[in-house]
Design a binder for this molecule. Structure first.
Ligand SMILES: NC(=O)c1ccc[n+]([C@@H]2O[C@H](COP(=O)([O-])OP(=O)(O)OC[C@H]3O[C@@H](n4cnc5c(N)ncnc54)[C@H](OP(=O)(O)O)[C@@H]3O)[C@@H](O)[C@H]2O)c1
Length: 233
């Protein structure tokens, strides 16, 4: 398949690009910084694009069979628009060029569920603190993106991971419609799930949750890394 990856230069996007190339696909990796992109391959086109620039999005999407998005920004107290405006441009470009299959990453935090086994501290303190304070503007924009995608006439799948962490390999990840019990998703598993969905019809026009259960990271390390260190990368 010809696949465009938005957010290709992020930690999940790099794994996704690598897995897609290894799977024999031709990949257009969209990044604002092609010179910083670490992968090179005969089936890889490292493409300079910014989702706020519609012309660059249209150029990246022309001739693709599927569009995958791992687009993201760090938490901020300022309003965030990259998910909704980026997706608006991606959908416009897909309609213009007749590309139908869209698989995009959102987050389980857009639709939080109380897990009775989740533990008092996580359910009552940590999760609300992230969703309602430091992550508030980000999740507001992700919800806008989800609404736009659901209202589109594309063959979309919204993939909701939980807290992202690293595993060296893909593990036997779990998927379920809308919600899955599981607080963590490895980036390798998320990438494999996105790639699998690109050529599957199982979850077309559905929201799917993905979780890693074979390996568990430390909660404290995860929160410190994702919520704070990433801003300074
Ligand atoms: N961290 C978590 O625990 C967690 C949990 C659930 C869901 N998620 C979501 O999972 C996804 C992947 O996360 P991640 O940590 O792997 O990636 P990420 O660091 O959030 O971002 C991915 C990439 O998006 C690109 N990007 C940002 N603004 C752009 C723009 N205007 N135009 C084009 N590209 C742009 C950046 O690449 P360039 O700078 O090279 O353009 C960035 O490296 C994100 O949507 C994230 O919100 C994260």
């Amino acid at each position: 398949m010809n696949i465009a990856v938005f957010g290709a230069n992020g930690p999940t996007g790099r794994l996704l690009t690598k897995q897609a190339i290894e799977g024999g696909h031709r990949v257009t990796a969209v990044t604002r910084n092609p010179e910083a992109f670490p992968l090179r391959n005969a089936r890889l086109n490292v493409f300079r694009g910014d989702v706020y620039d519609l012309a660059s999005v249209e150029q990246a999407i022309e001739g693709q069979d599927a569009v995958l998005s791992t687009l993201g920004v760090p938490f901020s107290r300022q309003p965030i628009s990259v998910y909704s405006q980026g997706m608006d441009h991606i959908a416009k470009a897909m309609n213009k060029h007749g590309v139908r299959r869209l698989v995009c990453v959102s987050s389980s935090a857009t639709d939080p569920h109380i897990d009775p086994d989740g533990g008092f501290i996580f359910e009552k303190i940590v999760q609300p603190a992230i969703i309602k304070t430091i992550g508030r503007t980000l999740y507001e924009d992700m919800r806008r993106m989800e609404q736009q995608v659901k209202a589109s006439n594309l063959d979309w799948t919204i993939v909701r991971p939980s807290g992202l962490f690293e595993t060296l390999e893909v593990t036997p990840y779990q998927m379920a419609e809308t919600y899955i019990k599981g607080r963590f998703t490895s980036r390798n598993d998320l990438a494999a799930c996105l790639l699998e969905q690109a050529s599957s019809e199982e979850y077309v026009r559905k929201v799917v949750a993905v979780a890693t259960t074979a390996v568990k990271p430390s909660m404290l390390k995860l929160i410190m890394k994702e919520a704070f260190q990433k801003k300074h990368k």
